[in-house]
Design a protein around this ligand. Sequence first.
Ligand SMILES: O=C(O)CCC(=O)C(=O)O
Ligand SMILES: [Fe+2]
Length: 205
Amino acid sequence: MTTTLETQFETLIDGMLANSYGLIDGFLTDEETAQLAQRLHTRRTAGQFREAGIGNGQAVVAKAIRGDEILWLDADNATPEETSFLGRVEQLIDYLNRTCYLGLRDYELHYALYPAGAFYKRHLDRFRADSKRKLSLICYLNRHWQPTDGGQLALYLPQPNGTEQTLTIEPLGGRLVCFDSGLLEHEVLPAIRDRLSLTGWLRTG
Ligand SMILES: O=C(O)CCC(=O)C(=O)O
Ligand SMILES: [Fe+2]
């Protein structure tokens, strides 16, 4: 039997095969989006977030490159809505391994909050010292986001004729975006309000 979730996973895979990126709207319901956004705020108010860094281990904070604050998710300390989200990511991993033989073995996920004005300059998610990141996943937690709020994800898609196409994606609540961590350069454009997400990597080890 094909479930709604499997239909969503198929949409994601079809997108990645056809366009180098996959997108699902409604990966999270409005209620799930609101609960996770609320949890993000609670944890941030509790002082659990840190300014994100760059490079393997993220040791260096570099505001001219990225200005988000992050908190890594820990399955052992997860709240019910976080456990439910992690479970769905695990189902995606199982599905990708069964249907695409990707050999995914592990994952890592963090909350991200880009304060108004923050950005993440064009980059690739796979570090030279860490080639185990296979797929990048981003799930947005922004309700009532407007195009005028900014904060788009820009994808730089190489074209067969050697040129490049830039595509921008709105960070709409409940939306999931997925692409190959080693291939697709991308950028987070500044927003005029706080921009919330869960970002992660599906890994081969
Ligand atoms: O939030 C996004 O749209 C992308 C985030 C990103 O590129 C990253 O964390 O590496
Ligand atoms: Fe990235």
